[in-house]
Design a binder for this molecule. Structure first.
Ligand code: G3P
Ligand code: MG
Length: 238
């Protein structure tokens, strides 16, 4: 599995409205080689880029994403909350976002983000779109979503996301047949990484916004970091 060292979080990190095409374009213009974004299903089963289960924080819409069809979701403004200069950005579909990544030469980590109770169908819906594209890694906190994604796109590499060190990461990866771990950066130490690195499982860390922390992680053998500030680091890529 290939990992860019610097991966812009939620498309363009803090430099653009999250999970938008504007973010992808900004990441590419900065010289970023990789991006991460979140994909959730609309009511009619279309994966769209959004982080929260509800629309309020990042769009002009209201209520749960899963309650509305994609045509309606796309009418909302997903840019103005960040800055008026981004007014008119809409919620991209996953297919649109991956097509733009392809044009821009961006490696993409699609984080499968199921609404509550929709794990399996979100895994399937994301996989069916993502399998048409190259240079894609699927990830999720949801083992069920990851396993169902494998049934529809077994050839795409998959990573398990973890936010705690309860349980055995190695065993968790084995259970879902994931080939990499994406972990909260503060969990990563020489000891927690050792079994994974010895078995050649790449590890990526989220969300790393300080240079000294990125340096610590790279020295430990972490393959890539997800960051909100790719602009801080790309000038002299670490
Ligand atoms: O995929 C890494 C990171 O995005 C996970 O956390 O909440 O920002 O989606 P979150
Ligand atoms: Mg994410």
């Amino acid at each position: 599995m290939r990992y860019p060292r610097i991966i812009a979080h939620r498309c363009g990190g803090a430099l653009a409205p999250e999970n938008t095409l504007a973010g992808l374009r900004i990441a590419a213009r900065l010289g970023c080689r990789g991006v991460e974004f979140d994909a959730m299903l609309s009511r009619d089963g279309v994966p769209v880029l959004i982080h929260d289960e509800t629309l309020e924080r990042t769009t002009s819409g209201r209520g749960p994403v899963a309650d509305l069809p994609v045509a309606q979701l796309r009418r909302f403004d997903a840019g103005s909350h960040r800055h008026p200069a981004f007014a008119g950005e809409c919620l991209p579909t996953l297919a649109e976002a991956l097509a733009v990544c392809n044009q821009l030469g961006l490696w993409a980590n699609v984080e499968i983000k199921p609404s509550v109770g929709c794990d399996a169908e979100t895994g399937a819906g994301v996989a069916l779109v993502a399998r048409e594209f190259a240079d894609v890694v699927l990830s999720s906190f949801s083992p069920e979503a990851l396993m169902n994604a494998a049934s529809f796109a077994g050839e795409l590499p998959r990573a398990l996301l973890v936010e705690s060190n309860s349980g055995d990461w190695f065993e968790s990866l084995r259970r879902v047949d994931a080939k990499a771990l994406h972990a909260a950066h503060q969990l990563l130490t020489v000891d927690s990484l050792r079994p994974l690195l010895e078995a050649n499982f790449p590890v990526a860390a989220y969300t790393v916004n300080r240079r000294d922390e990125a340096e610590r992680l790279f020295a430990l053998g972490v393959a890539g970091v997800f960051t909100d500030r790719p602009d801080h680091w790309l000038a002299g890529e670490m």
